[in-house]
Design a binder for this molecule. Structure first.
Ligand code: PGA
Length: 255
């Protein structure tokens, strides 16, 4: 069975003190162990160390928002997965659409980052998604298929079961517009079939697929009810302790 995953992507928000204030301000019930669900906070790099201490006793995991595809070298300003490993970081987001849009990331750089993340036993959260024009022109599946194939190309199959995909339609990120739970289920189910063809069915079954794009506390449960949606990647709503707590609680079994 695949555990549900609720991931906070704080993007370029929160200083160290603001990050600590957020954790302190989260309602108690959101900081308790959840059955079959995991919570991951992806703060800016600068807050990772302080958060690692602050979440002691809270069953959260930490994730980074990016990493480089080399272990070390002349890459001023970049972060190696080795730095993350030493800090207890378990997850790393790769290929977020904002990194593709503003920092020239491509499926080919994401492919290299994925290979190193897996080799370093970090759990990758790989983002894919179509633009608004792809969506309008009915190109969604074609675009996603291209991204998936390029990102998986040459990867070692034995390592890939832990991979987490985040399906984030670009037109839904930060816009208040969502894919509907049914649309996201259709895409996630289709992705699983495609990956089963490219790799094999057991690997496709063990991969988790998240939905991301304007997830709100009101809509979270609708997505999590879908059989192929294993969790959520949350941007804006993850910056508000009350809203994020409600999203976490939506992964708890209904009372
Ligand atoms: P959003 O961001 O929830 O603010 O739309 C999601 C993301 O970019 O991962």
């Amino acid at each position: 069975m695949r555990n549900k995953l609720i991931v906070a992507n704080w993007k370029m928000n929160f200083t160290v003190s603001e990050a600590l204030k957020f954790i302190a301000g989260l309602p108690r019930e959101a900081k308790m162990e959840l059955e079959d669900a995991e919570v991951v906070i992806c703060p800016p790099f600068t807050a990772l160390y302080a958060l690692d201490e602050a979440i002691e006793g809270i069953p959260f995991q930490l994730g980074a928002q990016n990493m480089h595809w080399e272990e070390s070298g002349p890459f001023t300003g970049e972060i190696s997965p080795l730095f993350l490993k030493e800090m207890n970081i378990k997850y790393v987001i790769l290929g977020h659409s904002e990194r593709r849009q503003h920092f020239q990331e491509t499926d080919s750089t994401i492919n290299k980052k994925l290979a190193l993340a897996l080799q370093q036993k970090l759990i990758p959260i790989v983002c894919i998604g179509e633009t608004v024009s792809d969506h309008k022109e009915g190109q969604t599946f074609e675009v996603l298929e291209g991204q998936i194939k390029k990102i998986l190309d040459g990867q070692l199959k034995a390592d890939l079961g832990s991979l987490v995909w985040a399906y984030e339609p670009i037109w839904a990120i930060g816009t208040g517009k969502n894919a509907s739970p049914e649309q996201s289920q259709e895409v996630a189910q289709w992705m699983r079939k495609l990956i089963a063809k490219i790799l094999d069915a057991p690997t496709a079954e063990s991969m988790r697929i998240l939905y991301g794009g304007s997830v709100s506390e009101e809509k979270a449960r609708g997505f999590l009810k879908q059989p192929d949606i294993d969790g959520l990647l949350v941007g804006g709503a993850s910056l508000d302790p009350k809203k994020f707590a409600d999203i976490i609680m939506s992964a708890a079994p209904a009372q």
